[in-house]
Design a protein around this ligand. Structure first.
Ligand SMILES: Cc1ncc(COP(=O)(O)O)c(C=O)c1O
Length: 374
């Protein structure tokens, strides 16, 4: 990046919004840390992946599908859309498939948001919302959070004639906070029709298991033509590498998303894997059980360490380490544990830990104790 005030010729060519963009900071890959520190036995608890891994049934299904790799995927995703439509009680025309749910978030701003528009989301919200907003040159309106979560009343108050999209992650990443079903319902009803309301349910399966008042926004699709609900196979279904997400919306919104998506944005193995993953209910049940037990491990550890945490409805937990979170992250790296610093989310004293297997959590907790006592 050019640090002087003078722009390079290439910077002059780039769109103004893109010039100010910082790329999304992903969780540090295991091989990168291995290369850097020469460590082995590294554990990654940084990207909210499934510690149980992928279902064996999925492995069998995609292995069987490998012989078809020379062929383009079904660009309309017929088979998967059918399964998803049945699961959610909608028509196939209401389902849009994405290369991860990230893809859908980007399609939305590309199809609906122009540089003179505004996009509203909460403080501490998922990092992709500002990126997709700025990429199309629109103005991000960041609403202060309440108790680390979405303040729905303040979000409604921030809507203007220029607002085109409101993003609400439920649960939110990296805070893990949830909004209760009744407040979500009244919120969706009150968002004016000229604004698309996106309820990002990437952690839906965990929230349903952990948060008694949780309700999916899918309940309100029939009565809300401006509602988009996004889901992913990257988290509870353990398919992060395959990039498979989707949205449910009115037929009209789905039609616009389809106009801007790449013709083959979702690959065949991902679609096969998704169909099989949905049928493996035992794998999902085991995943949720492991997650619940893991959250309990972190609660106990925080109590022992005298640390506060944000109650979570997802598969990660943000802990206030009462010191510089990025430094704690660095010290944990030295011990072969990759967690997530969240200073870029306005949470400099926190680290976010993805809930792993019992053994992974134990190692992480022991390393954290060591780091905090030095
Ligand atoms: C809140 C939220 N939404 C969306 C995503 C995107 O996930 P994917 O593109 O893998 O579906 C993530 C991933 O971390 C997330 O935390």
């Amino acid at each position: 990046m050019n640090t002087t005030s003078q722009k390079t010729a290439i910077e002059e060519l780039a769109l103004p919004g893109v010039c100010g963009l910082r790329p999304y900071e992903p969780g540090k890959p295991v091989d990168e840390l291995e290369r850097e520190l020469g460590l082995t036995n590294i554990i990654k608890l940084a990207s909210n992946e499934n510690p149980l891994g992928v279902s064996q049934k999925v492995i069998a299904a995609i292995t069987a599908a490998l012989s078809e790799l020379s062929r383009y995927p079904d660009g309309n995703g017929f088979a998967l859309k059918q399964v998803l439509a049945d699961k959610h009680g909608v028509t196939t025309q209401q389902v849009t498939l994405g290369n991860g749910s990230n893809d859908i978030l980007e399609l939305l701003t590309r199809a609906f948001v122009s540089p003179d528009n505004e996009v509203v989301f909460s403080e501490h919200a998922f990092a992709v919302y500002p990126i997709v907003t700025q990429a199309v040159g629109a103005k991000a309106v960041v609403v202060p959070a309440t108790e680390w979560g979405n303040d729905l009343e303040a979000i409604l108050a921030a809507i203007t004639d220029k607002t085109r999209v409101v993003f609400v992650a439920n649960p939110n990443n990296p805070t893990g906070t949830c909004v209760a079903g009744d407040s979500l319902k009244s919120f969706i009803k009150r968002v004016p029709e000229h604004v698309l309301v996106v309820i990002d349910e990437a952690y839906f399966e965990y929230a349903q298991d952990l948060f008694p008042d949780y309700e999916s926004a899918e309940e309100y699709l029939a009565e809300s033509p401006n509602l988009i609900v996004t889901r992913t196979f990257s988290k509870a279904y353990g398919l992060a590498a395959l990039r498979m997400g989707y949205s449910l919306s009115s037929v009209e919104i789905a039609d616009f998303l389809n106009r801007v998506r790449q013709p083959f944005n979702v690959n065949s193995l991902a679609m096969t894997a998704a169909i099989t993953a949905l049928s493996d209910t035992q794998h999902l049940a085991d995943t949720l059980e492991m997650n619940k037990a893991g959250i309990e491990q972190y609660h106990q550890a925080c109590i022992e360490l005298g640390l506060e945490w944000i109650p979570t409805a997802a598969n990660f937990i943000s802990i206030n380490v009462k010191q510089n979170g990025r430094e704690v992250f660095e010290k944990l790296l030295q011990r072969g544990i990759i967690v997530r610093p969240v200073d870029n989310y306005g949470m400099p004293d926190f680290i976010r830990i993805t809930v792993g297997s019992k053994e992974e959590n134990q190692r992480c907790i022991e390393a954290l104790m060591e780091v905090l006592q030095t």
